[in-house]
Design a protein around this ligand. Structure first.
Ligand code: HEM
Ligand SMILES: [Ca+2]
Length: 766
């Protein structure tokens, strides 16, 4: 193992290629090198898809209010858009009619095919299989999502048919066939109140006045670049040579080893909060059988099912019979089901877009739910969230919904807004303390505002919660991820008072590249062991192998567990972001008692291909750095391993290439991921009318200046101090995301002014 570790360590590269994007140096020319022409906006490179198209000439310019350069862009921050010119449809009416007819027939055929497979018992996942819990992590709960998903299939078939008939060009498909609003399926329009509500809607709709569906639950992921589907519409990417890409497992095997490389600064809480954020904004939902059960693409004995027995949504990951790990179990197949599609809200046709089952906004939908029906189930009388009172300690409510591995007497499985809060116990810990924070705020508000009814108490508490949470993300978490330079370029840091950065033209939707690749950097930060620390017992009380606490959160019922876990998360380093992944995720994830589990690294790679994410080099160009011409521009070890699986540097998957980069200054991820993630959080701020920092001219639920000043005092450490059990946790480091053994971050008592509290008396209605 030592040799592997040593060799693998050589894969992290110091300065093997320029780690700084073109937008990361200060521009010295005065006055600005270019004043953008009419309709041009100066944006960071990643926000201008047009600048990487052949023949484009986008002059450099100064990014407003900073010393950094960007490019003049005619697309003005529109995802994947080419220009403001919209394509006029020239499709002949007969072609369109035929496409509609064909697409209906094809949908019927596909649904019948799925039913036949189900009846013959080929297609359903067995509940003892590791992929059963994968399915639970990514399944669709919502009948509306299913209805929209079918509609999206109809539109996808119609686009395929038009393409086959040469009735539309590849370019029209690639850039969005925007003016043609004649798809066979049109999603129902969102109904918004005449007067904007003081509170965010539950599912994220009605936020943008001109585009009420932007960011709403069950709408599509947008994209930074047009997709790379081999048929232009939905078929998975192939290599530059036209041959299939290497198996995702082969790439994971060759490149993504398990090497212990703890961060010298960031702790497990930083990792865990990252996943907590993800669950709020991104839930890719895979296709399921009509009865909601998971689709199996592998046979019971671990082989790939013959094509004729595969469900159409299958894209199983092929394992080599000699696979270093799975080979010993005779496994040649990892189950993989493609993500559901979403129809465009204007009924237009184009390439397939994946569906996001979460409201895209940072609105804590993982706590409150993504639909009215869900929030009703989660509430309790008095404006509070429902809890399970376990001998005096409030935990999230128990659920009987099948979600946990063991659901017999005495074990616990908890409810959450996103239905997936039990995925790992440290995530359930965060759900617990934020549920308690809602209830703490609600009780304080009803006390100072005795005339408020329970709805008012509930929604005011939710509004404050969302603001606290957003402040923690932008003020504490993102700076430690992205470093100061990128924070400045994208205007991400909170301002001293109200912010004016709202722009109604900014689409907040998550990008496919963010969700299927860049934000999955977090999987490299996961440690295979969780350390539970007890001051009372003088140190580490328990070291838990993480597969043992995935969908098994029962330990939370042990009285001192929550406090000990929180202390451990603060003290234990996270793993660094690098091409190393713990085997707990790459071999044993969701093993549920089997000697093998799933390979999350391979699943990530396959998911990128499922979403049509282009190759790594294309995103280097997009962020303004040189593409790799040769594998040897990476360190020798990485180059050797890359060339053992990929034929051409142009084939490298985005998630893999991104993990191989050196981190940006002051951050923990490389420039490609950093720019993709910064762009996303900029959209989630500039495109969210209800963002906590916006004043009354923008935000219908704006805070008063003094309330906003109070909100800005909050830190995650304060939330932890308020809502832990006070059984063993009495102290907390001021910065909850940095290791508690770092100088100047030593734990202080919870009443120390270094962890200031929000004065809720400012929320008394006068
Ligand atoms: C703690 C242990 C974790 C486990 C067991 C886990 C597991 C998973 C699984 C099973 C998926 C679905 C994969 C697929 O089918 O495509 C997923 C998706 C994802 N994970 Fe993790 N994850 C963990 C931590 C993290 C962290 C720390 C981050 C980021 C900081 C992260 C970011 C993501 C993202 C962005 C997605 C895509 C979400 C979507 O749109 O569906 N995960 N993870
Ligand atoms: Ca959300």
């Amino acid at each position: 193992f030592n040799d592997v570790a040593k060799e693998a360590q050589g894969m992290t590269m110091a300065g093997h290629y320029e780690a700084r994007g073109a937008n990361e140096h200060a521009h010295s020319k005065e006055p600005p090198c270019a004043v953008c022409p009419r309709n041009g906006v100066c944006v960071p490179h990643v926000q201008c898809p047009a600048h990487v198209r052949p023949g484009s000439s986008n002059p450099q310019c100064h990014l407003e209010g900073t010393r950094h350069v960007g490019v003049c862009c005619s697309t003005g921050r529109r995802h994947a858009g080419e220009s403001d010119r919209k394509f006029r449809s020239s499709v002949h009416v007969d072609d369109m009619k035929t496409a509609h007819k064909q697409s209906r027939e094809q949908l019927v055929e596909w649904l019948e095919r799925a039913d036949t497979l189900k009846d013959k018992h080929y297609a359903a996942i067995n509940s003892s299989d590791p992929s059963y819990w994968h399915h639970l992590s990514v399944r669709t709960y919502d009948s509306r999502a299913q209805m929209l998903g079918r509609g999206a299939l109809l539109n996808m078939f119609a686009a395929q048919e038009l393409k086959a008939r040469d009735a539309i060009t590849a370019e029209e498909i690639e850039l969005g066939f925007t003016e043609h609003t004649d798809g066979p399926f049109c999603p129902p329009k969102l109904l918004c109140p005449q007067e904007p509500s003081r509170y965010r809607s539950i599912g994220g709709g009605c936020n943008n006045q001109n585009n009420p569906d932007w960011g709403a639950t069950n709408t599509g992921f947008e994209r930074l670049l047009p997709p790379d589907y081999s048929d232009g519409i939905w078929a998975m990417r192939t290599s530059r040579s036209g041959l299939p890409l290497p198996s995702a497992r082969a790439v994971s095997n060759a490149l993504l080893l398990d090497v212990n490389h703890p961060s010298s600064t960031h702790n497990v809480m930083f990792m865990q909060f990252g996943q907590f954020i993800v669950r709020d904004i991104s839930i890719g939902q895979v296709f399921a059988l009509g009865d909601g059960n998971g689709i199996s693409c592998c046979s019971g004995d671990g082989r790939i099912l013959p094509k004729e027995f595969q469900h159409w949504a299958c894209a199983p990951i092929v394992l080599d019979p000699g696979d270093i790990f799975y080979g010993q179990f005779g496994k040649q197949c990892i189950n993989f089901v493609r993500t559901q599609l979403a129809p465009r809200s204007d009924c237009s046709l184009g390439y397939a877009k994946q569906m996001n089952g979460a409201s895209h906004y940072l609105d804590m939908s993982h706590l409150y739910g993504n639909s009215e029906e869900k929030i009703v189930k989660l509430r309790a009388p008095g404006g509070v969230l429902s809890v399970f009172n376990d001998f005096g300690r409030d935990l999230p409510p128990l659920t009987k919904r099948k979600e946990c591995l063991n659901m017999y007497e005495g074990t616990a499985c908890f409810e959450s807004g996103d239905n997936h809060g039990n995925q790992i116990i440290s995530l359930t810990v965060l759900h617990t303390i934020w549920t308690r924070e809602h209830n703490r705020i609600a009780r304080a508000l009803s006390k100072i505002n005795p005339r408020w009814d329970e709805d008012k108490v509930f929604f005011e508490s939710r509004r404050i919660m969302q603001a606290e949470y957003q402040h923690i993300i932008y003020n504490e978490w993102l700076p430690l991820l992205l470093g100061p330079r990128i924070m400045e370029i994208y205007g991400l840091l909170p301002s001293s008072g109200f912010s004016t950065l709202y722009h109604p033209g900014v689409d907040p939707s998550l990008t496919a590249e963010f969700s299927s690749a860049a934000m999955r950097f977090g999987h490299s930060t996961v440690d295979g062991q969780l350390k539970v620390v007890s001051p009372k017992h003088g140190g580490i009380y328990e070291s838990i192998s993480i597969p043992e606490v995935m969908f098994q959160p029962s330990r939370l019922r042990l009285k001192p567990f929550l406090d000990r876990m929180l202390i451990g998360m603060s003290w234990q380093p996270m793993q660094s972001v690098d091409p190393f992944i713990t085997e707990s995720l790459s071999r044993y994830m969701f093993h549920g008692g089997n000697p093998f589990g799933l390979d999350l690294a391979a699943i990530n790679i396959q998911r990128g291909r499922d979403y049509g994410v282009r190759s790594y080099n294309e995103y280097r160009k997009l962020i303004g750095i040189e593409p790799l011409a040769d594998f040897h521009q990476f360190a020798p070890n990485a180059a050797k391993r890359l060339s053992s699986v990929y034929v051409n540097p142009e084939d490298i998957d985005l998630w893999v290439g991104g993990l191989l980069e050196e981190p940006v200054e002051g951050g923990v991820i490389g420039p490609t991921f950093a720019n993709i993630i910064a762009d996303q959080f900029a959209r989630l701020k500039n495109g969210d009318r209800y963002f906590y920092e916006f004043g009354t001219n923008i935000n219908p639920g704006a805070f008063t200046p003094s309330q906003l000043a109070e909100i800005k005092k909050v830190t995650l450490s304060r939330i932890i101090c308020h809502n832990s059990d006070g059984i063993e946790l009495f102290e907390q480091s001021p910065n909850a995301f940095l290791r508690s053994d770092l100088p100047r971050n030593e734990p202080v008592r919870c009443d120390n002014p270094a962890i200031p509290a929000v004065d809720l008396s400012r929320f008394k209605e006068i």
